[in-house]
Design a protein around this ligand. Sequence first.
Ligand SMILES: [Zn+2]
Length: 330
Amino acid sequence: MELIKPKVDTLKKAGIKGEIERYKRYHSFVLQCSDSYVLTQTALSFAAALLCDNGGCGECSRCDRIMRSIYPDVRFYPKAGVAQIRVDDARDIVAESYKASIEGRGKVFILNSANSANDAGWQNMLLKTLEEPNSDTYLILCVNTSASLLQTVLSRCILITIPEPDWHDVAAYLRSCGCERTKADLVGLASGGSYGNALEIMGKKEQLKLLDETVKMLRDMKSSADSYKYNNIIQKNASFAVKMLQYMSAVFGELIKLHCTDGSVVENSQSGACCTILSELAVKYTLSACVFIMDEINYAKDRLDMRSRYQYVLDELILKILEVAHKCRQ
Ligand SMILES: [Zn+2]
């Protein structure tokens, strides 16, 4: 199966689509979204919408080149191979903003500020350009959270919050790439609604196997002999332990949401709001069991952060889950 890049129609979700002429009156924007993949894709489609003659049709040569990051008037910072935006980059942007665009339709500077927000130097350097940019220049600052930027920067920009994708979006995308339903649901769930996480899981066979075994354990484990069996499969190394906790946390988070939504698990399953795996787990773990397990997962994460031996941490967690599942059956 080949994973094509997900097409994320976030402009519509963010309320920009259809409103682009209004947005064009402004020139400095902050895009915020906790999912970095969605953030980058949205910045590109936004740039296309600003420069395309048809508001980002997605079909013309300009849109195509912008989405493939090969359009000469859309520049990216930090530059390839560099982790953070530097003061020199900001100086470069200020100088470039006074030059005419190469293709005559205006230019867009996309700044991936996620790793660079702590540094005030480049932000201060850009203040004047953000406030009074050239009429054909747009600046798009991308951040995971706007709180990381200087207040003086924020006050000069239009803040656009992109709704986070959820696991259904990610699972639908995986299915559109040819992934079979159960696997797409499983990876979507474990991704916590992040395309980046899903692509990582799909790209690594051992992660996919770990995920599969983790969910099987949660669903099928009935005795301490079972817990021993799964423990042997799952416990490979500390980084696997971190991944496993991440998957469990995403799954139990969704289970809690599912238990709190109106209607029975069966109704939700029939309406497509939940998938087979979730409904099977929801039958096995009650709401209070899920909340208890979620606390234990967070405690286990803290212990791993404090460098406790991952084997002990996982052993204890799995036994607690077994105990809770047993109580739920009674
Ligand atoms: Zn176009």
